[in-house]
Structure formats: structure tokens, C-alpha cells
Ligand binder design. Structure first.
Ligand code: FAD
Length: 460
């Protein structure tokens, strides 16, 4: 008997219910990945995520080879290719992790029908994209939680299934494979695909790297996460988000491991994992919130092209915002605090539509995904689930609080490298010293900008 384990956003051997079930079900298993032309056409396959994906596939293949198997890779429409491999190998069942996006659900429907036409079956498994599945917790009479704190209270008491071990051996039948794709072949080509290069500081993808980082994280920095997680210069967050995004780690395992660790650092970290699940259950119930305001505020957003360009390029004249935006370009990643203040600056201070910023983030973030990106943007813009939608983060106050010595700013803005803590108070420098800096003046006055936002939202 042969079955197929179709990998999608679960590029790992540890704690992989679909792979586990395939191995229990059959003597030989085809571990299959289809480089899906449908996803590439949808504009999500940007260079940073394509490079991370290529690493993750190569690592998965190496781990399978160490167990006597290998990863079978095909390119094309995921449903057609899976049916083709099923016919070639005589596989009766295809095992797949249940997806949470609309695209994934459509893919499952099509697979079920097409495989069924040939007398084959599709079996869905817990994907552990989230630790607690969307829809598992609901407030009385409603289909999702709109406020985080009550959700978190219920979420904390939800018991998560046990973690599955990685398989010892994976016997694969004879089957043709296209081989591990290169990153470029995973991005769309042709007109309109001018997506820029891979960020030079991009992290390496793959389950092995994820597990190495997880071990290091649990062994040390996690204990201090509560105190240092927001400290921009300390770089003291886990940086596990891209590994969760591609399923190189399961959210279930991460939650188990953090809970077992215990202590205030682990508790604060677990709370962040709950935010991820919270956003997933919002978007599952309100898929339109990926593109439309979750709570419409009748905004008449501004569209100043020059200001938007300055924000994207990190030359707004507000050092902490510019440092954040340059880190994004260089690493394809930024810590949550940097994302928050960059997003607040664009949507509230410049009063530009959150969708403009969300698109830019999705073009660069290695962990970029519709759920967390769009809903965090809406949170920052005050059109989402923030219970204080009118507050405006002041980038100077934020900078002094989360980068008190200016180290983060100096790391990303070498043109300010000669300054000390006054890096956050450029307006206080003598005129001659300010003029000598190769750094632009602020593109907006904070007091006027905040007043503009508050007027527009009818808050005054
Ligand atoms: P840690 O601080 O170590 O946290 C652990 C994990 O908790 C993270 O890996 C992440 O999975 C989860 N988490 C932490 N904060 C949040 C949050 N606010 N919302 C949801 N999950 C969270 N996260 C993404 O994974 N993809 C995105 O596209 C994304 N876009 C964002 C856009 C904006 C404007 C903002 C404000 C936040 C966004 N986030 C996104 C959430 C968060 O910033 C990142 O998950 C986090 O910075 C990743 O770094 P880390 O792994 O070191 O996090």
C-alpha cells in the first residue's frame, strides 16, 4: 500500500500529524511538495519568502534522506500534480494538513473531488498552524472573539494535543521528482514581477535551523523575554515567526515547550502565541478583514506619494521609524515593537491607508502572512481589534522608551553613528551640527499630524 503525504505549510518531520498518519496507513509513503503555480500567480511568492521556502525544502529533503526517503517535488497546479503522482504510484490516500486560508479550503475541495473521481481519498489532519484551532473557542452567541483579553483567558485553559515524534524511517516508492527548486523558480516571472532582490540579512530557512534556534531560545533568552522583549537594541525576541509561518515548527510543540519551561518570560511568550491564534480566529470568521476594515471608521486616507516613498525607504526624519524600515529591507524581518511604531506612523501620523503599508510589509517580510500582517496593521490603524483605536504612538516617546541609548537607531542608520542618546532629539542639536548630518529633516510635524488624525476620526 502507498499513500501520499502532501506538504504545504507544514515543512517539518517533528509533530507532523499528516505525515504521521500517512506512515501509519501504508508501507510506502510519497512525501510530496508541489511548487504551486496558483500561489505564485497570487503575488505572495516574493523573493524573501521564496528563498526561505527553498531552504526549507532542501532541509526537509536532507532529513528525509537521512531516514531512507526523499522529498518528491513537482511544479504546476497542486491538484493536477497530486492526482498525477497518485496515479503514477497507485496511492489510494492523500494525507494533508487542513489549511486555514480560503485558498487552502478550495484546494482541499478540489483535491477531494478530483481524487474521488479516480476512486482515491483525501484525509485532512490537524495542521497545528495555530495551537488552538480557529472556531474552537467562541463567546456566547458569536462566531469569534473580537477582544483579545477574554479570548486569552479561555485560550489559556484549552488543552492542546500531545506532540508527535519525528518518524524513524520513511520508505519511498520509485517515483520521478523534479528535484529541489531554486528560490528564483519559486517566484513569478514575466511582466509585473519586479519584486527586488532577496534581503542580504535574511535568516536561513528549514526545520533543522528552527530546532537549533528553538533550543537556544529555551536555554537562555526566553527567561528574560518579559523584561526585554520590547527593547529594540537587545534583539531579545525569539525570531521564530518565519519558522512558524512555513511550519518548520508546529505551534503545538512551541506552546508545549514554553509551558514546560515555566516562569514569567515563558508566560509572556505564550501570550504572544495566543495573539497569533486570536488573529487566526478573527480572520476565519471574517475573511473579508484581510482587505476591508474590520471596524470601518469612514476614513478619507491621504495618498501623498512622496511621503509614502520616504516611509518605505526609511527617510522620514524620525530615526526610530527609519531604523525600523531599514531593518525590514535588510533582514526581511523586524521585532513587533518596530512594526507597531512604523505602522502607527504611516496610518495615524501620515494618515495613509493601512493597506499601503500592509502590502509593503508583505513584499518584504519573511514571515509575512495575510492573517497576522493584515490584522496587526488594522490593529495599529485603529480599524481592527484595538480597544483604544484613537491612541497615536509618538515616535520620539517610543524611541526614548524602547531604545533609550539610541543603539538600535545607530545600528541601522550609520549616518547618525557619531551621536549618543541625542540621536532621538535631533531638533535639539546646534543648527550647524544638524546641518552637517546626512539625514533628512522630519517630513511631518507630530503635533499637527496628531491633530489631523484626531479631527479626521472625530475624536476632538
Ligand atoms: P516573539 O516576540 O518571539 O513572539 C513569539 C511568536 O508569537 C512570534 O513568532 C509570533 O508567531 C507570535 N506573535 C508575537 N506577536 C504577535 C502579534 N502581535 N500578532 C500575532 N502573532 C504574534 N507576524 C507574523 O507572523 N507575520 C506577519 O506578517 C506579521 N505582520 C505584522 C505587521 C504589523 C504591523 C505588526 C504590528 C505585527 C505583525 N506581526 C506579524 C506580529 C509580530 O510582530 C511578529 O510575529 C513578531 O515580531 C515576530 O518576531 P518573533 O518571532 O521574534 O516574536
Amino acid at each position: 500500500r502507498v499513500s501520499i503525504a502532501l506538504f504545504t505549510a507544514d515543512l517539518r518531520l517533528h509533530d507532523n500529524p499528516a505525515l504521521h498518519a500517512a506512515l501509519m496507513d501504508a508501507e510506502r509513503v510519497v512525501p510530496l511538495f508541489v511548487a504551486d503555480t496558483g500561489i505564485r500567480r497570487a503575488g505572495f511568492a516574493v523573493p524573501n519568502r521564496a528563498a526561505f521556502l527553498a531552504d526549507s525544502l532542501a532541509d526537509l529533503d536532507a532529513s528525509l534522506r537521512a531516514r531512507g526517503g526523499r522529498l518528491v517535488v513537482r511544479t504546476g497546479d497542486v491538484v493536477e500534480e497530486t492526482c498525477r503522482v497518485a496515479a503514477e504510484t497507485g496511492a489510494e490516500v492523500v494525507h494533508i494538513a487542513a489549511g486555514v486560508s480560503r485558498y487552502a479550503v478550495r484546494r482541499e475541495d478540489r483535491l477531494r473531488t478530483e481524487l474521488g473521481n479516480d476512486g482515491r481519498r483525501l484525509r485532512l489532519h490537524d495542521a497545528s498552524v495555530t495551537a488552538v484551532p480557529p472556531g474552537a473557542l467562541t463567546p456566547g452567541g458569536k462566531d469569534h472573539f473580537a477582544v483579545f483579553t477574554p479570548y486569552f483567558r479561555r485560550w489559556e485553559n484549552f488543552s492542546v494535543r500531545d506532540v508527535l515524534p519525528a518518524p524513524g524511517a520513511v520508505p519511498v516508492p520509485q517515483v520521478r521528482s523534479a528535484g529541489i527548486p531554486r528560490a528564483e523558480s519559486l517566484t513569478p516571472t514575466g511582466p509585473g514581477s519586479d519584486q527586488g532582490p532577496v534581503s542580504p540579512g535574511l535568516p536561513a530557512g528549514g526545520e533543522s535551523e528552527a530546532r537549533r534556534r528553538l533550543r537556544a531560545w529555551l536555554a537562555g533568552p526566553l527567561a528574560e523575554y518579559e523584561d526585554r522583549g520590547d527593547d529594540l537594541a537587545a534583539d531579545a525576541t525569539s525570531r521564530l515567526s518565519p519558522y512558524l509561518h512555513f511550519g518548520c515548527l508546529s505551534a503545538t510543540e512551541l506552546l508545549h515547550r514554553a509551558r514546560a519551561h515555566g516562569g514569567p518570560g515563558a508566560r509572556a511568550f505564550v501570550r504572544q502565541l495566543a495573539w497569533r491564534d486570536f488573529h487566526h480566529q478573527v480572520l476565519a470568521a471574517r475573511p473579508d478583514a484581510a482587505h476591508r476594515d474590520y471596524r470601518p471608521r469612514n476614513d478619507r486616507w491621504r495618498g501623498d506619494g512622496e511621503e509614502i516613498r520616504a516611509w518605505k525607504e526609511g527617510r522620514t526624519g524620525y530615526p526610530v521609524v527609519d531604523a525600523a524600515m531599514r531593518q525590514l529591507r535588510y533582514e526581511g524581518w523586524m521585532p513587533n515593537r518596530a512594526r507597531l511604531l512604523a505602522a502607527s506612523f504611516l496610518t495615524k501620523t501620515l494618515y495613509v491607508d493601512w493597506r499601503v503599508g500592509a502590502r509593503h510589509f508583505l513584499d518584504l517580510l519573511v514571515d509575512g502572512d495575510l492573517v497576522n500582517n493584515q490584522l496587526n496593521w488594522q490593529w495599529a490603524a485603529g480599524t481592527g481589534t484595538d480597544t483604544r483605536p484613537g491612541r497615536v504612538l509618538n515616535p520620539l516617546v517610543q524611541a526614548r522608551r524602547f531604545d533609550p541609548r539610541g543603539e538600535y537607531v545607530r545600528r541601522w542608520l550609520p549616518e547618525l553613528g557619531g551621536l549618543g542618546a541625542e540621536v532621538h532629539r535631533l531638533s535639539g542639536l546646534p543648527e550647524a551640527a544638524r546641518a552637517e548630518l546626512d539625514y533628512p529633516p522630519p517630513i511631518v510635524d507630530l503635533t499637527e499630524a496628531t491633530a489631523r488624525f484626531r479631527r479626521a476620526r472625530g475624536l476632538d
